[in-house]
Design a protein around this ligand. Sequence first.
Ligand code: ADP
Ligand code: MG
Length: 231
Amino acid sequence: MSLSLHDVTLTYPDGDARLTALDRVSLDVPSGSITAVVGPSGSGKSSLLAVAATLITPDEGSVTVDGTDLTGLSRGQLTDLRRATVGIVFQQPNLLPSLTAAEQLQVMAHLDGRRPRTARRQALDLLDAVGLADHAGRRPHQLSGGQRQRVNVARALMNHPTVLVVDEPTSALDHERGAAVLDLIVRLTHQQATATVLVTHDRTHLTAVDQVAELQDGRLRLPRHDESARA
Ligand code: ADP
Ligand code: MG
């Protein structure tokens, strides 16, 4: 199991009290599978992703990433682990305007001291995998919204993550392009054997995922398997 959350509770300060964003959430995501997390605004979806991405340490419960229990790791250890094992795709691509598509990816490898030539080859391979082999030299303003989101996905895979977390990747795209980005994430999850958690509010995209988890006021509901297959 590449990603496991067990009885995770996360609260935020809220005036004099605490707001419970995640309430005893447990979730297992095997390698090479994709779990979609759905739920209304404010139900805790982004909080769940932040915990899965090791960006936030929960108040209670345990998170295991790639066999390592994160409980008790220092900030520095968490940063190292995140860099080596977690890929993150945020809603907005946040590409650097002055860099080409290939360079957006190469920057990631620079952080861990990979050789430029190796990084370049990996970047071109990944751009090929997301259908942008011919666009490696283009800058963000020369790409469509859907293409920018593909670069964003490819960039998250540069460190060969075991865990891939994706927050509403289709929200800025029309239905057809959104469906194509979703297909791409499903295919890459299988190819790269990542444990993928994907937040979306668009249920029409969910036919290809392995598991659908529903959040409501911080509580996670996992439908029975037969229900999940129909979702
Ligand atoms: P979603 O992504 O489903 O919209 P969030 O995880 O962003 O939900 O938020 C869950 C709850 O936690 C909401 O009530 C939100 O207002 C609250 N919340 C989120 N982030 C913070 C924060 N940094 N500080 C205080 N409250 C927060
Ligand atoms: Mg959110």
